[in-house]
Design a binder for this molecule. Structure first.
Ligand SMILES: Cc1cc2nc3c(=O)[nH]c(=O)nc-3n(C[C@H](O)[C@H](O)[C@H](O)COP(=O)(O)O)c2cc1C
Length: 705
């Protein structure tokens, strides 16, 4: 497929790096423009139609082969598809596409037969391939559970009784600008991108717009940076445009360090040319001739696709010297990062690209004035870049028509956690969190209750039930102590302990702090210690230790403010957010941990104990060897018991029991102190009855199922 679109159509034209044609993209997509030749125009149209798969001569099988798909077994599915075709000596194109967004349904396989619309199937593991292809090639369909939906296409016959993909609850609320091609086109084919209008915005920009025009258009669109801060992109570009320098740089930030975030990776894996086109337009707008993509080395597939895409774009004269004969040069270099979270911070990132240790620098001067190698530098996120071609192609007004007053366009979220459908969701700004979680995500699995969604990663906060109807936009989210961040959206159910969540983020931040400034290095460690103390079991705590524990909690708020106000970079400045947010919305959980030594969600292992339901226990003994502290007693075929004082709440017995006999005992303290078991015969911690409260037989407390 590669280079197909560039085939010489007639004797008049030839495009290439050596002889760049300013009309290349128009010529490729709309037919030859330099001369009137009906045959050539038809040949060009035919190629484009085929590349857009509007007309097929051969069957096509698409396999979702992004990192998420491959993780779900798409590699084996691909092999099974190829084996199927080879064994039957059948002709079909096999296309590896990126992720369409519904990661939880992977491996995804789409089949398109000539004249018919493309149908998408979910959960296609290797063992299901033969049966699926047998049926679909015969014109039948597999069981409805496997069918995700069919694509809408004018001029193609649709399948009976198959819903359209855009009606699927996951896709229906979405508005796709950035992900429009992801999972649909072959990311390794520049031809397919061009055939769908790709590089058209760059061509028009270079031909018809001044740098100032481009900056104005982006400013007018209202686009704000998608990397977390939400700074107006057009304004940032104007600072760099105004800076006088013989050399300027553009950096695309693909570090993506937030836990739970995978939007940027998916965009690069699924549609790398969109980001490259955005970068080329951005570089032109600010006058940069050299650009970097800073991407973590843990993204090997994204890096490979990016390398390939850059090489293709250079071969087409869409990157490199004298792009489309415009006099504009742009060379893009991939810079791999080692995956330190702080390297996503723009000044640390600059240090890292310069070959120094990734530590932040004080600002001002801002990078747009003095950045990489002390030259004016614009740093933008992958999603920000991927929005640019759409803005230039469809117009600033069209982009600004989507979203809210202060937040225009769409936002891509990586939806994960306790939600039925996980994956990438792109919604218009202003969509509610409820829509994202309960419509796109399909709500909370196993009949559990929603507790919160954590948004914005370590810099963000939680959104509790009472604020589920809040709009996704930069300002609204701040009113509830959360923030947009880069797009990680982790859903939590009733089994999630919010103190544990705060501890998780603080551990992350503490580990990732570069250590340059004291408030961040020491302050986050102190915060972590406070959280560790309140989630720890009683052990042999002395009075003074108890006092320290309470004191730490009392100072938590003040400590948070000091860290926020005095840290050098955004990492420290936002580090206390998850703690402050959970404290604000889930104070009762903190209090249960601090005053009652109880974890209401049953998640903090040191604060929980397991019990065995005597009625359900079969005496199989599966649980016993799984207990690392020998807390389980009981003879074979006899009821087993857990010694409370030995139980460390690891849940090994719970996981091992096939009879549902092991339960979490949520201890409600009573005035009487529990006497310690004297020996095994005295070690019966409770008689357990399903769905009921029961007094402990020895009066030590209550056990709640
Ligand atoms: C600790 C820290 C980590 C960050 N990580 C990223 C990142 O992985 N990707 C990103 O685009 N921005 C990240 N940012 C924000 C960038 O510093 C910068 O604001 C952003 O790349 C600018 O691009 P935008 O205007 O398009 O959002 C991070 C900021 C901080 C403080």
């Amino acid at each position: 497929m590669y280079e197909e679109i560039r085939e010489q159509i007639c004797s008049h034209c030839w495009h290439g790096v050596e002889r760049p044609c300013p009309d290349l993209v128009t010529c490729l997509t709309k037919g030859p423009v330099c001369h009137e030749d009906k045959a050539a125009a038809k040949a060009r149209r035919d190629i484009t139609t085929r590349l857009r798969r509007d007309k097929l001569t051969k069957r096509i099988i698409y396999v979702g082969a992004g990192t998420c798909g491959l993780g779900a077994g798409a590699g084996k599915t691909l092999t099974a598809v190829r084996t199927y075709l080879a064994r039957r000596d059948m002709e079909a194109d096999v296309v590896e596409v990126g992720c369409i967004g519904l990661c939880s349904a992977e491996p995804l396989v789409d089949v398109q037969l000539p004249g018919m619309t493309r149908v998408s199937f979910q959960g296609v593991t290797a063992d299901k391939v033969d049966d699926l292809l047998d049926k679909v090639f015969r014109g039948d369909l597999p069981e409805p559970g496997m069918i995700l939906g069919q694509f809408r296409s004018d001029g193609l016959t649709s399948w009976d009784n198959v819903n359209y993909l855009d009606q699927h609850p996951f896709f229906a609320p979405q508005t796709r600008w950035v992900l429009v091609n992801c999972g649909i086109i072959d990311p390794s084919s520049i031809d397919e991108y061009i055939a769908r209008g790709g590089y058209g915005a760059l061509a028009t920009t270079l031909r018809t717009k001044t740098r100032q025009d481009v900056c104005d258009a982006v400013e007018k669109s209202g686009l704000r940076g998608r990397g977390g801060g939400g700074f107006p992109t057009g304004r940032k570009w104007k600072f760099a445009l105004a800076a006088e320098s013989e050399q300027k740089y553009l950096i695309c930030n693909a570090d993506e360090g937030d836990p739970g975030a995978f939007m940027d990776r998916a965009v690069i894996e699924g549609d790398p040319h969109r980001m490259l086109e955005g970068m080329a337009i951005a570089a032109y707008a600010i006058g940069a001739s050299k650009a970097y993509v800073y991407i973590r080395a843990e993204y090997p597939l994204a890096i490979a696709r990016l390398k390939h895409a850059i090489a293709q774009a250079e071969a087409y004269g869409l990157l490199g010297d004298n792009i489309l004969d415009s006099g504009f040069d742009l060379h893009i270099i991939i810079k791999k990062g080692a995956g330190a979270f702080v390297c996503g911070e723009e000044t640390a990132l600059i240090n890292s690209v310069e070959g120094k240790r990734g530590m932040p620098r004080p600002r001002p001067p801002f990078p747009a004035v003095r950045g990489l190698f002390d030259k004016p530098t614009v740093i933008n996120n992958v999603e920000t870049m991927a929005n640019i071609p759409g803005i230039l192609a469809r117009g600033a007004e069209a982009f600004a028509a989507v979203g809210t007053e202060g937040s225009k366009g769409t936002k891509v979220f990586a939806l994960s956690g306790k939600v039925s459908r996980t994956g990438l969701v792109e919604v218009a700004m202003g969509t509610t969190i409820r829509t994202v979680v309960f419509e796109c995500g399909g709500g909370i699995p196993k009949g559990k209750k929603y507790k919160a969604v954590q948004i914005g990663g370590p810099s963000g906060g939680c959104i509790p039930t009472q604020h589920l109807d809040i709009n996704v936009d930069y300002e609204s989210l701040k009113t509830v102590g959360a923030m947009m961040g880069s797009g990680g959206l982790v859903v939590m159910d009733e089994d999630t302990c919010m103190v544990d969540v705060a501890k998780f983020f603080m551990e992350f931040i503490q580990r990732e702090s570069c250590g340059k400034c004291i408030p961040c290095r020491e302050g986050t460690l102190r915060m972590l210690e406070v959280l560790q103390r309140i989630t720890r079991g009683r052990r042999a705590e002395q009075g003074v230790e108890a006092l320290e524990r309470f004191q730490g909690v009392m100072y938590l708020n003040r400590l948070a403010q000091v860290i926020r106000d005095t840290s050098l970079c955004g990492l420290g400045q936002t580090a206390p957010n998850p703690v402050l947010s959970t404290l604000r919305w889930f104070r009762d959980e903190y209090e249960a941990h601090i005053f009652e030594r109880r974890c209401p969600a049953g998640a903090c292992s040191e604060l929980r104990t397991f019990v065995i339901d005597a009625e359900a226990c079969t005496g199989c003994g599966n649980c016993k060897p799984k207990c690392p502290t020998d807390a389980i007693v009981g003879a074979p075929q006899r009821i087993h018991y857990i010694l409370e004082e030995k139980c460390i709440g690891c849940s090994g017995c719970f996981d091992a029991c096939n009879h549902g006999a092991v339960h979490l005992a949520e201890l409600v303290p009573v005035a009487a102190a529990a006497p310690a078991a004297r020996d095994e015969s005295d070690a019966v911690v409770g008689v357990f009855s399903k769905g009921a409260f029961r007094d402990w037989h020895d009066g030590r407390g209550l056990i709640r199922e």
